[in-house]
Design a protein around this ligand. Structure first.
Ligand SMILES: [Zn+2]
Length: 318
């Protein structure tokens, strides 16, 4: 079986152990929306087998938007966007690179934990029913009656685990290639200053993704770093979005595969999202409603609790 290594630094060609990296700058960004160095985060809790209860958790800015990604040496690469606002297109690409590495590391860990992929004995927990489901309709369908024999069941269980870890390993390779591309582009882009309140795009010939960014001249008290999953025809696609707040501005960045841009309705929607201050805030809210990688200012939660008595009323502290 494939053991997926999650402790190695994600920087190209580095084999050092990683440390916990922030997706969004703690010192100038997270602290700008924190109260007493704390923020609120949405943590969906499983309250039955199939349903989740929305739950807000108070977290320290030290823990927010953080995951195992880069080694100490390569954390230094992000010094500029850690200590200064995102001001030019080079910063935008560096932020995209960091955001997507942190979001992917987080997604990879939850996949590994969910399927216990690095547990060599986990295949034993795959039920005979699941094994039967797997064989049904396949070229090995005639093996189904043999599943009552422990040895035969074990072979099918192991095969299922192998295919799953191969699939996730394949996704890791696709992601690594994308991250390397973005890193190279951030190293080579001819940087230009970014304007306020204008939707801008970055695209390159031979790069199959497009980056949108927008710097608002006001603060949206949200820090967000997330991957949204969607479909373009029959292909699964991922959209990476980050929202980086500063004391008097906010930078919103999205990277999407070009296959989505053939959809004119979506392109019109994106343009419309950024056509007014009010709509930009609505856009951030809509990303928040479909993802759980966000953090907000405590006083915003208090306002919500007053407005929507029945939702988000449960909070927990840590
Ligand atoms: Zn490194």
């Amino acid at each position: 079986m494939t053991v997926i290594d999650t402790r190695k630094c994600m920087y190209p060609n580095c084999f050092e152990n990683n440390v916990k990296s922030h997706a969004i700058s703690r010192s100038i960004s997270l602290e700008s929306i924190a109260e007493d160095s704390h923020l609120y985060s949405f943590v969906p809790r499983q309250n039955s087998r199939d349903t989740k209860q929305p739950w807000l958790k108070r977290v320290s800015t030290n823990k927010a938007t953080r995951h195992h990604c880069f080694c100490d040496t390569h954390e230094e690469e992000f010094k500029n966007i850690d200590n200064h606002e995102i001001e030019n297109t080079k910063d935008v690409l560096l932020q995209v690179y960091r955001s997507l590495c942190v979001a992917f590391a987080q997604e990879r860990s939850s996949m590994i934990n969910l399927h216990r992929l690095n547990d060599a004995k986990f295949y034993r927990d795959i039920s005979a029913e699941k094994a039967e489901e797997f064989l049904r309709g396949s070229e090995y369908q005639e093996l189904i009656p043999l599943l009552t024999e422990p040895k035969a069941l074990e072979i099918v269980q192991k095969k299922m685990m192998f295919l799953l870890s191969e699939k996730i390993d394949g996704e890791c390779v696709v992601f690594e290639n994308l991250a390397i591309r973005v890193k190279l582009l951030s190293d080579t882009i001819e940087s230009k200053e970014i304007p306020y309140n204008e939707l801008q795009t970055i695209s390159f010939e031979s790069f199959d993704h497009t980056i949108f960014y927008y710097k608002a001249d006001f603060q949206i008290p949200v820090a967000l770093n997330t991957i949204q999953h969607g479909r373009a025809g029959s292909t699964e696609v991922r959209v990476y979005t980050s929202v980086t707040p500063y004391p008097e501005s906010t930078v919103i960045i999205s990277m999407l595969p070009n296959s989505l841009l053939g959809d004119q309705v979506l392109v019109d929607k994106i343009n419309d999202y950024f056509s007014s201050e009010h709509k930009v805030v609505k856009y951030v809210e809509s990303v928040m409603s479909t993802s759980d990688g966000w953090f907000v200012k405590e006083s915003v939660i208090k306002k919500w609790q007053k407005k929507r008595k029945n939702s988000f009323v449960r909070t927990a502290c840590s």
